[in-house]
Design a protein around this ligand. Structure first.
Ligand code: RP5
Length: 165
């Protein structure tokens, strides 16, 4: 099975990015996480992104806050799909700054952008990408989605039987 790379601009992003790790673990997908800063370690970024295919990664999840250039710059160096996680961080105005930095990529260099602090969805999407060529993982994704459905179905009686005071 292919690995997922999870990179983040700072260790301060870990509380958000940990959600991607948790869901990949739930789904049994191998990942490797590290810190790569687009602005503070630009050489590390280019080396990481240029080596990513050779290192066995199939998809990259990249999270950053503020002037969030990490996902876009990573996508500029690699042919792998990059999923961007905008993070509301200490240098964010309100989070829109990182959403737009990651979302508004120029034509030809896409970054699949999830919601603000949406690392769990980024992890799920990464697993779904790997599952397109892995039938065992695909079955796990089907079960995962079916559990979501059951949870909603089980909750309908709470609403339907609710009596307002
Ligand atoms: C971004 O700046 C990082 O991704 C992080 O979200 C933010 C703040 O970084 P620290 O100052 O906490 O290291 O590049």
């Amino acid at each position: 099975m292919g690995k997922v790379a999870i990179i983040m601009g700072s260790s301060s992003d870990l509380p958000v990015m940990e959600e991607a790790m948790k869901v990949l673990k739930e789904l049994g997908v191998e990942y490797k996480a590290t810190v790569v800063s687009a602005h503070r370690t630009p050489d590390r970024l280019s080396e990481f992104a240029k080596r990513a295919v050779k290192d066995g990664f199939k998809v990259i999840v990249a999270g950053a806050g503020g002037a969030a250039h990490l996902p876009g710059m990573t996508a500029s160096y690699t042919p792998l799909p990059v999923i961007g996680v905008p993070i509301k961080s200490s240098n964010s105005i309100d989070g829109w700054d990182s959403v737009l930095s990651i979302l508004q990529m120029p034509s030809g260099v896409p970054v699949a952008t999830v919601a603000l602090d949406g690392a769990r969805n980024a992890g799920i999407l990464a697993a779904q990408i790997i599952a397109t060529s892995d039938s065992v993982l695909l079955d796990r994704i089907v079960s995962f989605k079916s559990a979501l459905k059951s949870k909603v179905e089980d909750s309908t009686s709470i609403v339907e039987n609710h009596k307002t005071k």
